[in-house]
Ligand binder design. Structure first.
Ligand SMILES: [Zn+2]
Length: 361
């Protein structure tokens, strides 16, 4: 962890030290550290270099990927873990949401998200949130948080694997590609930054889905109730990702909104793109279609989105940046096409920095 710790301090942050005070975080560091090495060994065609995973002690929702010397580094801010745990704890502690999971009748929470949290997400990592009373619902909440965390980890891994970080450093002189603050980097357009983010989101959505299907839901979710079938797994992945992206509020969306001005695509566009990616994997990858029928797959995705929307309405969460009219779908499609077109343009520049072609696992 030497390289991770040194880098964290160089950007004025505190690296999480494994000192036995929080077994949950210590275990996560071990798990993701091993997973990073495993993915690297299985997939890098370039000579595997050291890879480190660590947490930054923080209340923020943020993550980054960087290369320091010859070491690949993935960092996640510890607030991210707490925020996601609280998000799904709050959702499952309301009996009206996901009523078929566990014994929803014992839940009596009427919790709604305080309005200020939409503007300051770090509040969600420091203030107390309800946790489900029913153990099966608590376990389900923990598994949804796992999916969301794993997605973020794969997103950061993609920034390394697909050469984003190396290319970004070469172009801008910046050493790390962070999820917050990338717009400050010189010599790179926000369109290019959004293109990298699109690539990382699509990669992460695909690999979260594939990881679950290849290992089987029972193995990944350790036989948790309501997570044993492929259909239940698709439902859980879709609702976990939908709810996570709902945290990123981004202004009112109208037909006039320019979706490509910031360093990350707005949440509604990211929802649209990961959704399309998951849908495509059913059609182009037998690791998915061999295990679930199209009807079951479509139903799981559709029901997850509806339940996710219902959950956020019940929780009184700010709905800025959500799609209020189906007419706006063409605005999202147009923006996604522009990003895809731009990806074709920067693809050749990224090529020399890629660590491998296609992931084996
Ligand atoms: Zn990113």
């Amino acid at each position: 962890m030497a390289a991770f710790d040194e880098f964290a301090r160089s950007i004025g942050e505190t690296p999480w030290e494994k000192d036995g005070k929080s077994a949950a975080f210590d275990n996560l560091i071990d798990w993701y550290g091993k997973r990073a090495v495993q993915l690297q060994q299985a997939n890098y065609v370039t000579k595997p270099t050291p890879i480190e995973f660590g947490f930054i002690v923080s209340t923020e929702l943020n993550a980054f990927a960087t290369v320091q010397g010859n070491t690949d580094i993935i960092g996640i801010y510890s607030g991210t873990v707490t925020i996601l745990k609280n998000l799904f704890g709050v959702i499952l502690s309301r009996g009206e949401i996901l009523p078929r999971i566990g014994n929803a009748a014992v839940e009596n929470s009427q919790f709604v998200f305080p309005k200020e949290w939409a503007d300051d997400l770090s509040q969600m990592s420091v203030q107390a949130c309800p946790w489900p009373r029913d153990p099966a619902r608590g376990e389900y909440a923990a598994r949804l948080a796992w999916i969301a965390r794993y997605f973020i980890f794969e997103h950061e891994f993609c920034h390394l694997f697909n050469g984003h970080v190396d290319w970004f450093s070469r172009v801008t002189g910046f050493k790390a590609l962070g999820e917050v603050g990338a717009a400050l980097a010189p010599n790179i357009s926000n369109l290019d930054l959004q293109t990298l983010e699109m690539d990382a989101d699509c990669y992460a959505a695909s690999h979260t889905l594939l990881t679950v299907f290849r290992a089987t839901p029972e193995t990944i979710f350790q036989n948790a109730a309501h997570l044993r079938t492929y259909q239940e797994a698709v439902f859980a992945i879709c609702i976990a990702l939908y709810c996570t992206f709902r945290l990123f509020n981004t202004g009112e969306l109208t037909e006039e909104t320019d979706l490509l001005v910031d360093d990350h695509p707005p949440a509604a566009l990211r929802q649209f793109m990961w959704g399309a990616t998951i849908y495509s994997r059913f059609h182009d990858n037998q690791a998915i279609s061999n295990f679930i029928s199209r009807e079951d797959f479509d139903a799981a995705c559709h029901e997850a989105l509806l339940e996710g929307m219902r959950a956020f309405a019940l929780l009184g969460w700010d709905d800025r940046g959500t799609l209020k009219s189906s007419k706006l779908v063409h605005v999202l499609r147009e923006a996604a096409d522009k990003l895809r077109h731009n990806w074709e343009k920067i693809r050749d520049q990224l090529e020399p920095f890629k660590r491998g072609a296609k992931l084996a696992q």
